[in-house]
Design a protein around this ligand. Structure first.
Ligand code: UN1
Length: 498
């Protein structure tokens, strides 16, 4: 018999110390592919823990902001190197806590490594402007200043990549941070922050408070010493976060949902488009805000494409993401399975046609986890809820169009605007789509997922509130401008007057 493993008890990180929650309450982190597999327990934190973390971050800011940015960057660079060494171990733990297959969790850790190296480079840039003054013997320039203590609330679908998108630009710019990881995937943030500490990050510069949104997230958003908030999650929660932040006049970056369309024109390479559709719709079990959740098919190729896609979908191997050959893992928790099942019912009631899937997988191989069959609906009309609302699961809608203009209109006819894609060999059409699709990201001849960290990431409409993660947009969010005027004329010079 296998000896019962000692339960691992993870802690919050506050001021460089690993601490239990004031209440001593904890919650469990279990494997969504095998509920018997307990990864450990984490503190269920509340207002007092958040207050202690913010105080530590405020304290650390006094010295961290004065460390030269290239030195701060060196710590990030070392963290990137350490993550590369630990990639496989962290990826395995991530698959155990989140469910996506090992190849994808390796990609998630790699995204954090990429962000570390990219943001380390920014330590020697953080450029401002120098410009002539309108007055003689006067010097004018602008410099970037850190914002102060930044509060971060992260989602469970990219458990290390997204925390790195938030933490690394904030750190290189001289801010200190308090992060609340998603309660479904706390271990990957723990591993990320452990790596930062091993790379030499001073105590208090990053603090981690584990727990649930209402108990630990809300007090972080409300805390008067938290100067900026970065949130990734649902539009429902994002709306509340944005409203609370607005009441305190805090800059607030919101990255939320998507209902991402792939357009397949009649001249597309269909094999490539089918391959892309499978990856875009069922990669990460459809649990990406960039997931391909609508495919808009030109009438001429709709039948052939649908047949090929359904056949390939039936052959997908679904199971524990640590096992070789598995292509799709479980959903992250019971609630996500219920959401998928609810939308299947909604779609059927609306008159969509179920081609494959549509229910949880309950066979012996899937009995211990939250598995849902990859699901495809055809005969979906643009106004149906299944074509409008985010499912965040392996549920794909197929729609049809007659002309390019119709395709664009359908693609844009939703509340969201994160990612879009078009498959065509016609360069004119491709560029027109790049211009006309209302979204933060457009792919040509690739599915809607797969953003790279040095380009802006985010969307329009209800996907976001105008900020971008990744790229230089992240630096813009985590810095504030100071304009500096040095008058060396030795007399009073009045702008706009003298
Ligand atoms: C997300 O779905 O929340 O572009 C982020 C992608 C990934 C990141 C997705 N690099 O699909």
């Amino acid at each position: 018999m296998r000896a019962k493993q000692a339960e691992k008890r993870y802690k919050n990180l506050i001021g460089g110390k690993w601490l239990a929650a004031h209440s001593r309450k904890t919650f469990e982190n279990r494997n969504p592919a095998d509920r018997d597999d307990l990864l450990g327990t984490f503190p269920s934190s509340g207002k007092a823990d958040v207050a202690a973390a913010v105080a530590a971050a405020k304290d650390a800011f006094a010295t961290w902001r004065l460390v030269p940015a290239p030195r701060r960057a060196e710590i990030l660079y070392r963290a990137g190197e350490l993550l590369a060494q630990r990639k496989e171990v962290y990826a395995r733990e991530m698959t155990r806590e989140m469910g996506k297959v090992l190849e994808e969790t390796c990609g998630d850790v790699q995204e954090a490594i990429d962000t570390a190296f990219y943001m380390a480079g920014e330590g020697r840039r953080l450029f401002g402007q120098t410009t002539p003054s309108e007055l003689p013997n006067k010097f004018a320039m602008s410099v970037r200043m850190p914002v102060g203590v930044c509060g971060m609330i992260a989602p469970w679908n990219f458990p290390m990549a997204i925390p790195s998108w938030k933490l690394f630009p904030a750190l290189v710019a001289g801010n200190t941070c308090v992060i609340k990881p998603a309660e479904d995937t706390p271990l990957s943030t723990h591993n990320l922050v452990q790596t930062l500490m091993d790379a030499g990050l001073p105590p208090g510069v990053v603090n981690v408070v584990h727990g649930f949104g209402p108990d630990a997230g809300a007090p972080l958003v409300e805390h008067p010493d938290v100067r900026a908030i970065s949130f990734t999650g649902s539009s429902e929660v994002g709306r509340i976060v944005g409203q609370v932040a607005a009441a305190h006049f805090k800059p607030c970056s919101l990255e939320m949902g998507g209902k991402n369309a792939m357009i397949v024109m009649d001249d597309a390479n269909l094999d490539l488009a089918v391959e892309g559709a499978l990856w875009g719709a069922f990669g990460t079990t459809g649990q990406r805000c960039t997931a391909t959740s609508r495919i808009l098919l030109h009438k001429k190729i709709a039948r052939v494409f649908t047949e090929q896609l359904v056949a390939r979908t039936k052959n997908l191997r679904i199971g524990n993401g640590l096992e070789k050959g598995i292509q799709m893992g479980p959903q992250v928790n019971q609630q996500q399975i219920e959401t998928s099942a609810r939308y299947v019912k909604i779609a059927l009631a609306e008159g969509a046609k179920l081609l494959v899937g549509g229910k949880p997988l309950r066979g012996a191989a899937h009995a211990k986890g939250f598995f849902f069959a990859p699901t495809i609906f055809s005969e979906v009309e643009p106004t149906m809820r299944i074509a409008q609302e985010e499912v965040f699961g392996p549920v794909l809608s197929l729609l049809q169009f007659g002309t390019f203009e119709q395709a664009i209109e359908i693609a844009n006819g939703i509340e969201y605007g994160l990612s879009t894609s078009i498959y065509t060999r016609d360069v004119n059409r491709a560029y027109a789509a790049v211009r006309d699709l209302e979204a933060g990201i457009t792919y040509v001849n690739a599915p809607t997922i797969g953003a790279e960290v040095h380009l802006p990431f985010g969307g329009v409409k209800q996907t976001g509130n105008g900020h971008r993660e990744g790229g230089t947009g992240a630096i813009d969010f985590y810095t504030t401008w100071k304009s500096v005027y040095v008058d060396y004329s030795d007399r009073l010079q009045r702008a706009q007057i003298d």
